[in-house]
Ligand binder design. Structure first.
Ligand SMILES: NC(=O)c1ccc[n+]([C@@H]2O[C@H](COP(=O)([O-])OP(=O)(O)OC[C@H]3O[C@@H](n4cnc5c(N)ncnc54)[C@H](O)[C@@H]3O)[C@@H](O)[C@H]2O)c1
Length: 406
């Protein structure tokens, strides 16, 4: 395992400047590259203001802030990258741009330097293949806002060496982050599991089972910090829909996005930032339930009346079980990811697999089969769930499920 003495960041936008701040805050020198001097300076100002707000909140002294800020260098060239041990790229979400950055970097950095990408959905394996150091390319997926969100998904490409994985896990820990290991798959871990839940909420809305507000209220009653529709408005409906389509492409029918979200895009309802999304934030748009009614007529969808919030949670649990079944991640990391990445309610076990253990895996299976009868194939239970039930590993009540209960 290698030690990181100095890091590089390429791209100083929303994520890159936050990541450079996090690195310097941990006492590690960091150089950030932008396209030109003006943008580099802008990124520096963003980092500086992050430190200023820490000082204002009384978290660190002015002296400490100055010392840590002094670890940040901004630039428009790759020259200062000659002694970095890791580079995290956070440029636009475009495969060609990212590959170009890594190929350019190879002319400046030492041979041992790790190339980490903060991509949300692009192929890390394809990036690795395009470099002369595929064993040193890895995903390091920070969450927004990077200075606040503790989670980092560490995603090896097919070619990534174990040493690179371990170095990046240790490095993430040295940044006071919580790294979880995730094998590369569409949506990685958190977005994949969360989207299964959000999409189910959108189907329930489209089918007229409940209003957006009623569904959000049910989620809050369950213990979530906010409901799925408030969340998508906060994150950006455009961002959410893009992820939904990537997952559909990757997993097929099970992840087919509820078409109601596409209508929001057509109507420019991109979320809170646009003044309207699922909800109206002063733009004066029609209620989403009206759109749902129209769409039901158009698509010949029967209105349903009874809403069961378990529908959303079972969709989430089943996706989490599939992640485990595919060995994308461990049970511990799945729950940790959902806790740190989405705020899964602590009172409900702090993660979907622990929650499944609490309600009983036989009960999860029963509900899945019941929902499959009503909503179709996407609720078809995984073979892993059936095996656990066959083994009598039903969760808390039998002392063993996805976790051991003593
Ligand atoms: N914003 C989020 O919530 C979020 C969360 C997780 C991951 N991501 C991912 O992080 C990456 C960056 O996203 P963002 O929201 O910070 O984008 P952004 O548009 O805010 O920033 C991208 C920056 O990269 C710079 N850039 C582009 N090409 C460059 C080059 N060759 N050299 C140096 N700088 C270059 C641009 O000038 C821009 O400032 C994307 O891959 C995105 O998918 C974003």
């Amino acid at each position: 395992m290698a030690y990181i003495y100095k890091a590089g960041v390429v791209g100083g936008g929303t994520m890159g400047s936050g990541i450079a701040y996090v690195i310097s805050y941990s006492g590690i020198p960091v150089v950030l590259k932008e396209i030109d001097e003006e943008r580099a300076q802008k990124a520096y100002e963003t980092i500086k203001s992050l430190y200023e707000s820490r000082v204002q909140k009384g978290r660190i002294t002015e002296d400490e802030a100055e010392r840590r800020l002094a670890l940040v260098e901004v630039t428009s060239s790759y020259e200062p990258f000659s002694d970095v041990d890791i580079v995290i790229e956070a440029v636009f979400e475009d495969l060609e741009t990212k590959i170009r950055v890594f190929q350019e970097l190879e002319n400046y950095v030492p041979e041992h330097t790790i190339f980490a990408t903060n991509t949300s959905a692009l192929s890390i394996t394809a990036m690795a293949s395009a470099t002369k150091r595929p064993d040193k390319v890895i995903g390091m997926h920070f969450f927004y806002p990077a200075p606040v969100m503790k989670l980092v998904e560490v995603i090896p490409a097919l070619q990534t060496s174990e040493e690179t994985v371990q170095t990046v896990i240790e490095f993430s820990e040295s940044l006071s982050k919580i790294p979880i290991r995730v094998e590369e798959c569409p949506g990685f871990l958190v977005n994949r599991i969360l989207m299964a839940y959000m999409n189910e909420a959108a189907w329930a809305l489209l089918e007229g089972e409940a209003t957006a507000q009623e569904i959000d209220n049910a989620a809050r009653e369950f213990g979530w910090p906010m409901g799925p529709f408030t969340l998508i408005d906060e994150l950006g409906v455009d961002v959410g829909v893009k992820v939904a389509h990537i997952l559909h492409e990757g997993y097929g029918e099970r992840m087919k996005p509820a078409p109601i979200l596409d209508v929001l895009i057509k109507e420019g309802r991109f979320g809170k930032k646009a003044g309207a999304g699922v909800y109206d934030y002063g733009k004066g748009v029609r209620p989403i339930e009206e759109i749902a009614e129209e769409m039901r007529k158009e698509l010949g969808i029967q209105k349903r009346n009874s809403f069961d919030y378990n529908r959303l949670m079972i969709a989430m649990i089943n996706e989490a079980i599939l992640v485990l079944q595919e060995k994308v991640s461990s049970a511990r990391d799945i729950d940790l990811g959902m806790l740190a990445g989405t705020g899964f309610p602590q009172a409900k076990g702090g993660g979907p697999l622990m929650y499944a253990d609490i309600i009983g895996l036989d009960e999860v299976l029963r509900m899945s089969l019941e929902f499959e009868k009503i909503y179709g194939w996407r609720f078809h239970p995984s073979y892993l769930l059936k095996k656990y039930v066959d083994a009598g590993w039903l969760g808390k009540k039998t002392g063993k499920g996805f976790f051991e209960h003593v």
